[in-house]
Design a protein around this ligand. Structure first.
Ligand code: NAD
Length: 482
C-alpha cells in the first residue's frame, strides 16, 4: 500500500503530517474497516521520535501563528471550512469506510458540522471579549493570549467531528496543534491536514502523528513542551493521561464516557419520547451522549414499551453505505465481543432482553442487534457501566424523586434527556440532574456557543464558545490605574 492508500476512490496519505510535510515511520499498523473487516490502510506507527519532531515543529510555528492577528487567523479558519465543504463527498465516504457511521448522516450532518466548527470559532474569535470593569478608578481588561503547543487526542467514534471541535478553537486562539487520532479510524485526520495546508495554514501550526494510544498518545501527553492536553475518550484512558499531565502540571480538558438517562414523565408527548428513545441506537450506540437508560413513569410504561419495540423492530441494520440502513456495525470484533459480554452478564444477573441480545449474523460482519433489557435488578452491571453499543435498559419509576435518584445513580454525568409537558417540572428536574447537558423534549441539539462537557467521571472542564478559548488560551487580566 506504500505511503498512500485509496479508499472509496479517494487517495489518502497514511503517513504523519509534521512541519508541513509527510513523514513515515519504520513500523505501520493495520487500519481495518468495520464494514467487512478488510485492511484498508497500513498507517505509520509513530512513537516518541515522531512526537518530538511534531512538538518541535508546533513550537517553532507558534512563533508566527501566535503573532498572527486574529482577523488573519480567522481568514485561514474560514478557508479550512470552505475546503472541508468542497470535499464533503470524499470525507464522508472515507470516514464511513473507516469508522462505520452511516454515509447519509456523514454527508448531511457530520462533515458539514466539521466545517461549521471552523467557521463558528473564526466568528467567535472576532467577537471575543468581556466587558471591562472598574475597581476604585482602576480599569480591568481581560485578554485571551495565545498559549503555545496543544496536544489533542481523539476517539474513533466520530473522528472528524471531534478533532475539528478541538482543532478549530485551538488554532483560533493562536495555539499550534499536535493531533493524535484514534488508531481505529485514522484516515480523515490525514485528509484534514491536506485541507488545512491548502487553506494556507503555515507549516507546523497543525501536525498529525498517527499511532497507537500507548505509544504515540502516551509520548505526546508526557511531553514537557505541550502546554495543554484536550482529550476525548474513555474514562480509563483519562486516568493515565491525568497522571502523565500531573508530572508537568499540564492543564487538561477531558470529554469522557457516559451512561446517560432519558426520563419520560406521565405528561410527556409519548410519540416524541419514543422516537428519541429509539434514536439512542444511532451509530450502533457508539455515541458518548447516548441516553442508554430509559426511565419511564409507571402510568405510561405499558404504552411506551410496545410503541418503542414496534419502532425499534423497524430499524434496518446493515452496510452503512446502503441508504436503507439505519444502524451500522460495531467498530471492531474486539468491541463487538465486549458488547456481547455486557449483554451476557446482564442476562446472568437476571435482566430480560425483550429485543435483540445477540450479534446480527444475517447482516454479516460486526453487527449487533439493537437490544433492550427490562426487569433489570438494582445493582446490575448493565445499569452502571458504559457499553458503547446498541444496548438500552428500561426501568419504571413512581414519582419525580425516584426518577431523579435513578437518573443520578451512576458515576457518570455527561447528559440527560427529559420528556415532560410541564415547564415547572422540566426546570425542577433539570436543576437536580447531575449532567453537563440536559435536553428537555429534544436530543442532540447543539449550539456551539453552549458549554459542553461532563460532570463526575464524564469529564473535566467545559469546551464550546468562550469556554474553549478559556482553555486553549492564556487568560490575562490587565488592571490599569487612572
Ligand atoms: P480510548 O480512551 O480507548 O481512546 C481515545 C484516544 O486515546 C485514542 O486516540 C487512543 O489512541 C488514545 N489513547 C489510548 N491510550 C492512551 C494513553 N495511554 N495515552 C494517551 N493516549 C491514549 O477511547 P475510545 O475507545 O477511542 O472512545 C470511546 C470512548 O470515548 C467512550 O468512553 C466514549 O464515551 C468516549 N467519548 C466521549 C465523548 C465526549 O464528548 N464526552 C465523545 C466521544 C467519545
Amino acid at each position: 500500500m506504500g505511503n498512500r492508500t485509496t479508499v472509496e476512490g479517494v487517495e489518502v496519505s497514511t503517513e504523519h503530517w509534521i512541519a508541513g510535510e509527510r513523514a513515515g515511520s519504520a513500523d505501520v499498523f493495520d487500519d481495518i474497516s468495520p464494514i467487512d473487516g478488510a485492511v484498508i490502510a497500513q498507517v505509520a506507527r509513530g512513537g516518541a521520535r515522531e512526537v518530538d519532531r511534531a512538538v518541535a515543529a508546533a513550537r517553532s510555528a507558534f512563533g508566527t501563528w501566535g503573532q498572527t492577528p486574529p482577523a488573519a487567523r480567522a481568514r485561514v479558519l474560514r478557508a479550512i471550512a470552505a475546503g472541508i465543504e468542497r470535499r464533503i463527498p470524499e470525507l464522508a465516504a472515507v470516514e464511513t469506510r473507516d469508522a462505520g457511521a452511516l454515509l447519509r448522516s456523514m454527508q448531511r450532518n457530520v462533515v458539514p458540522r466539521a466545517a461549521h466548527n471552523f467557521r463558528f470559532f473564526a466568528e467567535h474569535l472576532e467577537a471575543l471579549g468581556a466587558p471591562d470593569f472598574e475597581t476604585r478608578g482602576h480599569m480591568n481588561h481581560v485578554r485571551w493570549e495565545p498559549s503555545g503547543v496543544v496536544a489533542l487526542i481523539t476517539p474513533w467514534n466520530a473522528p472528524l467531528m471531534l478533532a475539528t471541535w478541538k482543532i478549530a478553537p485551538a488554532l483560533a486562539s493562536g495555539a499550534t496543534v499536535v493531533l493524535k487520532p484514534a488508531e481505529w479510524s485514522p484516515l480523515t485526520a490525514s485528509l484534514l491536514a491536506d485541507i488545512a495546508h491548502e487553506a494556507g495554514l503555515p507549516p507546523g501550526a497543525f501536525n498529525v502523528v498517527q499511532g497507537l494510544g500507548e505509544e504515540a498518545g502516551a509520548a505526546l501527553v508526557r511531553h514537557p513542551d505541550v502546554g495543554r492536553i484536550s482529550f476525548t475518550g474513555s474514562t480509563q484512558t483519562a486516568r493515565l493521561i491525568a497522571e502523565a499531565a500531573a508530572r508537568n502540571l499540564t492543564p487538561v480538558s477531558f470529554e469522557l464516557g457516559g451512561k446517560s438517562p432519558l426520563l419520560v414523565f406521565e405528561d410527556a408527548d409519548l410519540d416524541r419520547a419514543v422516537e428519541q428513545a429509539v434514536g439512542q441506537y444511532d451509530h450502533a450506540g457508539q455515541v458518548c451522549l447516548a441516553a442508554t437508560r430509559l426511565l419511564v413513569h409507571r402510568d405510561v410504561y405499558d404504552a411506551f414499551l410496545p410503541r418503542f419495540l414496534e419502532r425499534a423492530r423497524g430499524l434496518h441494520q446493515g452496510d452503512p453505505r446502503d441508504p436503507r440502513s439505519d444502524i451500522g456495525p460495531q467498530i471492531t470484533r474486539e468491541h463487538l465481543e465486549r458488547v456481547d459480554r455486557f449483554v451476557r452478564t446482564a442476562r446472568e444477573q437476571g435482566a430480560r432482553a425483550v429485543l435483540g441480545g445477540e450479534p446480527n449474523r444475517e447482516a454479516g460482519g460486526l453487527y449487533y442487534r439493537p437490544t433492550l433489557f427490562v426487569d433489570v435488578p438494582p445493582g446490575a452491571e448493565i445499569l452502571s457501566e458504559e457499553v458503547f453499543g446498541p444496548v438500552l435498559t428500561l426501568q419504571r419509576f413512581d414519582d419525580e424523586e425516584e426518577a431523579i435518584a435513578l437518573a443520578n445513580g451512576t458515576r457518570y454525568g455527561l447528559s440527560a434527556v427529559v420528556f415532560t409537558s410541564n415547564r415547572a417540572r422540566a426546570e425542577r428536574v433539570s436543576a437536580r440532574l447531575v449532567a453537563g447537558t440536559v435536553w428537555v423534549n429534544c436530543f442532540f441539539v447543539r449550539d456551539l456557543r453552549a458549554p459542553f462537557g461532563g460532570a463526575r467521571q464524564s469529564g473535566i472542564g467545559r469546551e464550546g464558545g468562550t469556554w474553549s478559548f478559556d482553555f486553549y488560551a492564556d487568560v490575562k487580566n490587565v488592571c490599569t490605574a487612572p
